[in-house]
Design a binder for this molecule. Structure first.
Ligand SMILES: NC(=O)C1=CN([C@@H]2O[C@H](COP(=O)(O)OP(=O)(O)OC[C@H]3O[C@@H](n4cnc5c(N)ncnc54)[C@H](OP(=O)(O)O)[C@@H]3O)[C@@H](O)[C@H]2O)C=CC1
Ligand SMILES: O=C1O[C@H](COP(=O)(O)O)[C@@H](O)[C@H](O)[C@H]1O
Length: 507
């Protein structure tokens, strides 16, 4: 890895959950691994009344999200010294005072000038902060690099995403804007590119001639936790599908880029997103989209509350915590191959995987003796137990031709160097290096919203896609089983939903 130039990282929303749970622990890990630049400082900014010491205590020394195993006390104290805090009266005020503090810190670090502004605040103040930074000359790259990292959600719908893009681009160049999607920082998501484009055995089969359907599952066993207020106005489609899942889908669908550069990859991803068949007619929207909401239930033997009982959630809410879609990709490679994608909270377990289901052999030579071939599957496990599994048929030893399914597998944990960086570590490091490959470009985000927008509109306006209740701890509403036609069904990762006693219509 190239040495990274000195950096000042300014985090807006420093008193918040994301800073404490993800950003600072990731920086601590990078520090521990010797990955941070030699000249480095963090300035936390928010409206909470804290000084440097209180901030260091909150996010490093007393932070329960930094595992005991990371750094001894001395190490933590050393890292904490890199952190500073600025108490902003309001995000709307002019930033002259903040600018002075930034200049002071920037001069104090070895190679001054390079700054990253991380917006870890509610989205409605992204543009205000960008404009105030611009007013202070802090978006100008005359004396160093200036990058703006923007958290999700990026917009609430297509219109607001477009308007946010325009708003930010008024103050920062597109090349300075880094829209974070932490799934892109996951090693296994990036591995989709390598699996497809650095092997000659997969790509020739990666098309409609050999693939029957593609199935993607993103399941979480957690509920909405402390984010009920945000989630209730978002729902699963906005929270997970519009960003993380469409990013995964674009990597599965895309054509080979001409090289590994950010723009080459992003160009292909945009083309892929634009080739998704947008669902517009009510019949398709009705038949190909399913919404669910978790009810009280049990996960790992523990009773958990229903969604409507969570803090910050409207007790009559019909917001979906489960979404399943069927759709097509209108291009040469994927014509008429169905894609089935589901995402949900309060499932029996946490798992994200892509399953490529191959077609049966054209001619079944063992059928006459009552033995169908087993269909091949390629399973890309994004988390947990990251790895790749190929399912193929083998002959059962003995007389005749009995076929059994066998596995060829690879787990990341088998690699000698298992130290996989977390998504936020990887993304923070990339931003410091000016590598935007794993960040979403403006047109990518808009293309994703173009696909999602008509579904959200139909759900909110037509009223005939009801929200089904499913008990926490089952695999979603049972009618989702019928989305995948024929005998296939969802790849069954465990106990199934057919017997869910809670299944009901919520709205
Ligand atoms: N937490 C998470 O797991 C994830 C968060 N995100 C995104 O990251 C960003 C930060 O999230 P998170 O840390 O959870 O949010 P928090 O609600 O914890 O708030 C973050 C910061 O924003 C400031 N803030 C909160 N409410 C307001 C308000 N009404 N007006 C102005 N400032 C406010 C607070 O600072 P103060 O009031 O002290 O100024 C706080 O430091 C959001 O955009 C969120 O969508 C994305 C993915 C996951
Ligand atoms: O962005 C989000 O992602 C998390 C899931 O992330 P993972 O890395 O644990 O898979 C999700 O819980 C949250 O609702 C969503 O906002």
């Amino acid at each position: 890895m190239n040495a990274i130039d000195g950096q000042l990282l300014v985090i807006f929303g420093a008193s918040g959950d994301l800073t404490e749970r993800k950003l600072i622990p990731s920086l601590m890990n990078l520090f521990q691994g010797g990955h941070l630049p030699e000249s480095f400082a963090v300035l936390g900014v928010s409206r909470s009344d804290m000084d440097d010491e209180a901030f260091r205590k909150k996010v490093v020394l007393d932070n329960p999200h930094i595992p005991e195993t990371v750094g001894n006390h001395g190490h933590r104290k050393e890292f904490a010294k890199l952190l500073h805090y600025y108490d902003l009266g309001s995000y709307e005020e002019d930033y002259a005072g903040l600018n002075e503090r930034i200049a002071e810190l920037d001069n104090g670090i070895g190679s001054p000038g390079n700054m990253i502004f991380y917006l870890s605040v509610p989205p409605r103040i992204y543009e205000t902060i960008a404009s105030r930074l611009h007013d202070q000359g802090l978006s100008s790259e005359e004396s160093g690099t200036r990058r703006l990292i923007v958290e999700k959600p990026f917009g609430y719908d297509l219109e607001s995403a477009r308007s946010l893009n325009k708003g930010l681009q008024r103050y920062f160049q597109e090349s300075q804007i880094y829209r974070i999607d932490h799934y892109l920082g996951k090693e296994t998501v990036q591995n989709l590119l390598v699996t497809r484009f650095s092997n000659s055995i997969f790509e020739p089969l990666w098309n409609r001639n050999y693939i029957r359907h593609v199935e993607i599952t993103n399941a979480e066993s957690v509920g909405v936790g402390k984010r009920g207020g945000y989630y209730d106005s978002a729902g699963a489609l906005r929270d997970m599908f519009q960003n993380h899942l469409l990013q995964i889908i674009s990597l599965v669908v895309m054509e080979p880029p001409i090289g590994p550069e950010a723009e080459a990859i992003r160009n292909e991803k945009v083309k892929a997103l634009k080739s998704l068949r947008i669902m517009r007619d009510p019949e398709t929207l009705y038949a190909h989209t399913i919404r669910g909401q978790y009810l009280a239930g049990e996960i790992d033997g523990e009773a958990v509350p229903g969604y409507r009982e969570e803090a910050g959630v409207d007790p009559d809410s019909t917001t979906e915590t489960y979404a399943a879609l069927k759709f097509y990709v209108d291009n040469w490679r994927w014509a008429e191959v169905p894609f089935y994608v589901r995402t949900a909270k309060r499932m029996p377990t946490k798992v994200t995987e892509v399953v490529i289901h191959f077609k049966s052999p054209h001619h079944q030579i063992f059928r006459d003796i009552g033995m169908d071939s087993k269909d091949n599957k390629l399973i890309i496990r994004i988390q947990p137990n990251e790895g790749i599994l190929i399912k193929f048929g083998v002959k059962v030893p003995g007389q005749g031709f009995q076929v059994e399914r066998a596995n060829l597998d690879f787990y990341y944990s088998d690699l000698a160097d298992q130290n996989i960086m977390t998504a936020y570590e990887r993304l923070l490091l990339d931003a410091m290096q000016g590598d935007a490959t794993l960040y979403a470009r403006a047109d990518e985000v808009e293309a994703a919203w173009e696909f999602v927008d008509p579904i959200l509109k139909y759900w909110s306006e037509a009223g005939d896609v009801v929200t089904y209740g499913y008990s926490a701890g089952v695999w979603g509403p049972k009618n989702a089983d019928d989305l995948i036609e024929g005998a296939y069904g969802w790849r069954n990762p465990g106990a199934h939903l057919t017997d869910d006693p809670g299944f009901c219509v919520i709205s």
